[in-house]
Design a protein around this ligand. Sequence first.
Ligand SMILES: [Ca+2]
Length: 278
Amino acid sequence: MKYLFTILAAMGVMFSCGGRGTASKAAAVSGAQERATSAPTAEMPSKPRNYTYRIVKELPHDPEAYTQGLFWHEGYLYEGTGRNGSSSLRKVDPATGRVVQSVELERKYFGEGIAMLDGLIYQLTWTEGRAFVYDAATFRRTGSFSYDGEGWGLTTDGRRLYMSDGSENIFVRDPATFRAERTITVTNDRRNLYYLNELEWIDGEIWANIYTLAEVVKIDPETGHVTGIIDFGGLQSPSDRSPRQDVFNGIAHDPATGNIYVTGKLWNKIYQVEIIEK
Ligand SMILES: [Ca+2]
């Protein structure tokens, strides 16, 4: 029942805000409803731990940035933005929110998740089946790969790329070829978990936004089991909300400090947060 409610809530958000909701997304919701009735997998994980958060610091965020990818590297936030005609890769000074380096995507591309590995930045596109590769220092495009299906979130463990496509699957890809070597199917203690969106590799686990929810799940990359659920409800104060903003999206982690940052599409702030077990 709770799952049905979640699906209905997701549909409501999708069709009311119009963000990236399309006919294909509606079809995905319908498909997920059908799959939700299928039998659970044989080996069910234990119940995930529940977490909440505390805001440590509020940072400025460009309210025109439709955040689709976010990571931290050596004192800067890197952001991939979406929508046709306003998709970009940008390097941002976190203290001021100023964009210090950027490159635009051609109008036909809708930018999605980003990740940095071995001096290169990879950027997905939503339905165009193309991943762009940039020199991380110059933002010069050095190549691209094609892939099947949609591109949503992207992260890395420092060796491989981990990519979501809005389904319950995360694909482990070879950064040299973009070939999918392994598929991680994400499950909690009751069912498969769909709409995995923006990703972040944190301390040996994959953290994933669930599309349309202010919720992040922690995933064991070996088993796909959800080990924890972080509820980010109430993150924004009412005065920080704007009528045109879209859903919660974007997780970044600074491995040097352990700091964690989250934001949303067209939000005016990025929040440094501490995660607390309930
Ligand atoms: Ca991220």
